[in-house]
Design a protein around this ligand. Sequence first.
Ligand code: SAH
Length: 217
Amino acid sequence: MDFATLRDRMVDLQIVSRGIRNQSVLNAFRKVERHRFVPKEFSNSAYNDHPLPIGYGQTISQPYMVALMTDLLNLTGVEKVLEIGTGSGYQAAILSELSNKVYSVEKIESLAEKAKATLKETGHGNIEIIVGDGSVGWSDYAPFDAVIVTASCPKEPISLMRQLADNGRLVAPVGSSFSQVLTLYKKKGKETSRREICHCVFVPLIGKEGWEAEVDG
Ligand code: SAH
């Protein structure tokens, strides 16, 4: 089967079937060539229903998890979005299809460089990647309409919440190093609401407002 067919099957069997109906989100997943974001040896598994290694002990999330988090952000094409944990750049590419501008922070320089090269090849130009500790956000460009954290947070991501615009949405896995709860925060005026979505497992966010270093529990 060719990659385009595998991609359509991924969308129908893993994403639509689990309840995601937003057509612009589904279109982005039909369009972005996920196999270009994974190491060559995994190209043939790029559309399978699980995460994959991308080097340096990091992973590209399961397609459904990327779709669920994206869907929760409710993007309409005009937003300024902040992603923490660029990794392969795949989530950033999906966000770039659905918003006006994406800022993405990655801690590991080699991953950031590789993601930049991939996104240049795939023609996703409205993404700016920076190397650094994203646990404290990116205050120079705040506020953001949407923030997505693709690594696990040991506690509520306070600095990131502060960098949300009014009516902004933030989605992040919050919990222990073994298991987290995907949590959606929404800011309205001075209030921030919080909704628990589902259990999930992400690699750790390492930094000032993340885990201290390689975690053991
Ligand atoms: N969104 C990515 C997957 C990210 S995996 C994708 O679509 O492929 C989580 C990433 O978070 C890893 O690349 C890891 O290096 C990065 N990370 C961990 N702690 C971080 C921090 N404090 N700031 C920025 N990135 C961090």
